[in-house]
Each structure stands twice: as structure tokens, then as C-alpha cells.
Write a protein of this length. Structure first.
Ligand code: FAD
Length: 309
């Protein structure tokens, strides 16, 4: 990554956490171009998109957006929102599960409350046969997130799992331990701004570590979601699993809603399990800005689409 791109990315990720910019943008609505990456502001919008994806052979994981809240009332709203979502997935026979962010359940405000609130969602999901993924946020929350999924797993709630980010130095050890515990993991490169003291600074090192983590998980055959749009990595996974006779039932590919849709469809046609991460809700701003930061060319794309309106 050249220095200009790196600075641009850092500035965008700084904006993701800016409260004033967030309030302004969310009031302004989806017109900023967020609808390319966000299924809509309501659950019905998301269910409609989920059905379309299911019809194309693609499973979904639904994310009711709303990270970094500032009161436990908001945490309660998230919990109720997810409980509604689980009922809707069941009622509408959606081929899908849910992803949630621990800070949306109050992790930064009251960790015990957060754990209890997530437990109630995971229990209800278990009753309905639905899987719950705890997304991984920035590094202040890594330990607490892993601790929560571990606790729930040990309580017998095996319908829960989390995410490991290849950019963190610690991830090899985390994967080793969680694989021993048969935890369902999603592997990603990592979307937040982290210092070089804890995260690989270069893309090449992150990619190399991602491959190491993927290989460790595939060899273990503990169910793994490989979440990337990186076509060369996807090609490598296809050839590695073929040559090592790793069954397709041991892993799935995941991609984000609105990104590389033809690739998602073609993998599904080839018979791979593919899951699209479908976010919805009014609190779409930080999610949207992280998508821009991943690919600065998106900023140009969004700007062009604004002028076309
Ligand atoms: P890259 O090397 O960044 O990209 C490969 C190619 O994919 C690019 O050249 C480009 O063509 C395309 N691409 C990548 N990003 C975009 C984009 N935004 N817009 C358009 N094209 C793009 N991160 C976390 O930290 N925690 C999580 O819990 C988490 N969950 C995720 C769940 C899913 C299903 C996915 C797919 C990603 C998730 N991420 C999460 C984000 C992840 O960490 C990366 O930031 C993101 O996936 C981009 O990396 P990449 O693997 O696609 O590879």
C-alpha cells in the first residue's frame, strides 16, 4: 500500500469513530451511497434482500447495525431487535443466521450486562436452531469477546462462534486454542486501525498470516468461515481443499453484501457454501466508512453515483 493510500485509509477509519460526522450522515439517510453496502434501514428491507440471495443459492448472516452505543437502553433495543430478527428468520424460513457486535450490547458500558444480554439472544437462537456470530471489533474488545463466546460454549451453547483477525500477531495462538475447543470461527484479514505493536503493518504479512490461519483451520476440519473477497486466496483455498481432500462441509466462503456479487453467485453455482453478510438498520455510518477505507476507490465510485442522482 503506498503512503497516500495509507494516509487516506487512516483518515477514513478516524472518521468512522467521529460522532458528529456519524449523526450528520445518518440523519442525511442512505443518500450518501451507503445503500451499495447496506440492505436498508428496516428488518423488512433486509429480509427481502436475504430472500433474493437465498434464491441465488447464497445463505446470509444478518447484522442489525448499531455498534458503540452510549446507554444500556440502547443495548436493550439491540437485544430486542435481535430477538425479533431470530423470529423473522424462523418464520420466513430464511437460510441464514445472525452476526452481532458486542459493543452494541453494552460491552464498553457494563460487560456483565452485555454477557447476559448476548446469552439471551444465543439461547433463543439455539432453541430455533440458528447460529450466532460475535463479530470481532477493535483490539480493546478482543479478550472480552473471546471470553464471552468461550463461556457460552462451555455452558453448552455450541451455536455461537466468533471471528479471528489475521492482522493481529496474537491470532495464531487464539486459533490454536479455539480450534482445540472446537469453536466455529470466521477468519478475516481485519478492518480496524491497529498499531504496529499488535498488528502486522504490511498487507503482504497479513495475507501470509491469513493463509497460515486458514490452513490450520482446514487441516483441523473444525467448521470455518473464510471471509474474504480476495480472489487469489479463494482460488488457493479451492485448490488446497481439493488436494488435501478436505470436505466442502467443513468450511464456507463469506463475503459482504454488495461486494463481488458475481463471485458469490459463481461459487454457489460450483456447489460451495457461500454466505453473504447482510447489514441493515439506521446506524449504518461506521460500517459504511470501514467499507470505504478497505478500498479507497469506493470513495470515487460513491461520489460518481451521487452526481448521477
Ligand atoms: P483485500 O485484500 O482487502 O481485498 C481483496 C479484493 O476484494 C480487493 O482488491 C477488492 O477488489 C475487493 N474488496 C475488498 N474490500 C472491498 C470493499 N470494501 N469494497 C469493494 N471491494 C472490496 N473485519 C473485522 O475486523 N471483524 C469482523 O468481524 C469482520 N467480519 C467480516 C465478515 C465478512 C463476511 C467479511 C467478508 C469481512 C469481514 N470483516 C471483518 C472485514 C475484513 O476484515 C476485511 O476488512 C475485508 O473483508 C476486506 O478484506 P479482503 O479479505 O476482502 O481482502
Amino acid at each position: 500500500m503506498d503512503i497516500g493510500t495509507r494516509l487516506f485509509r487512516t483518515a477514513l477509519l478516524g472518521l468512522a469513530g467521529n460522532r458528529a460526522a456519524r449523526a450528520f450522515s445518518e440523519r442525511y439517510g442512505m443518500k450518501l451511497g451507503a445503500s451499495r453496502f447496506v440492505a436498508g434501514e428496516t428488518m423488512d428491507d433486509a429480509l427481502q434482500q436475504a430472500k433474493k440471495l437465498n434464491d441465488a443459492g447464497i445463505a446470509v448472516t444478518l447484522d442489525f447495525l448499531g455498534e458503540s452505543i452510549s446507554s444500556l437502553d440502547e443495548a436493550k433495543t439491540s437485544e430486542l431487535g435481535y430477538l425479533d430478527l431470530l423470529q423473522a428468520i424462523d418464520r420466513e424460513a430464511i437460510k441464514g443466521n445472525v452476526s452481532l457486535k458486542p459493543t452494541q450490547f453494552g460491552l464498553a458500558l457494563d460487560p456483565a450486562y452485555c454477557q447476559e444480554s448476548i446469552r439471551s439472544v444465543v439461547r433463543e437462537a439455539s432453541r430455533l436452531g440458528i447460529f450466532v456470530r460475535l463479530d470481532m471489533e477493535d483490539s480493546p474488545w478482543t479478550d472480552a469477546t473471546i471470553r464471552m463466546v468461550r463461556t457460552l460454549h462451555q455452558e453448552g451453547l455450541t451455536n455461537v462462534g466468533t471471528v479471528i483477525q489475521a492482522y493481529l500477531y496474537r491470532s495464531g495462538q487464539d486459533v490454536k486454542e479455539l480450534t482445540r475447543e472446537k469453536m466455529n470461527l470466521r477468519l478475516v484479514k481485519g478492518a480496524y486501525k491497529e498499531p504496529a505493536s499488535i498488528a502486522f503493518p504490511s498487507k503482504k504479512e497479513v495475507d501470509n498470516n491469513m493463509r497460515r490461519l486458514i490452513r490450520a483451520r482446514l487441516d483441523s476440519k473444525v467448521y470455518t468461515a473464510i471471509a474474504t473477497h480476495d480472489e487469489s486466496m479463494i482460488r488457493w483455498v479451492k485448490s488446497y481443499t481439493k488436494s488435501h481432500r478436505i470436505p466442502r462441509s467443513a468450511f464456507e466462503f463469506q463475503m459482504l453484501y454488495g461486494i463481488r456479487t458475481p463471485l458469490q453467485e459463481s461459487l454457489a453455482r460450483e456447489g460451495y457454501t457461500v454466505r453473504s453478510y447482510v447489514p441493515f438498520g439506521q446506524s449504518w455510518y461506521p460500517y459504511f466508512v470501514r467499507r470505504l477505507a478497505e478500498r479507497p476507490a469506493n470513495v470515487g465510485f460513491i461520489a460518481k453515483s451521487l452526481f448521477k442522482r
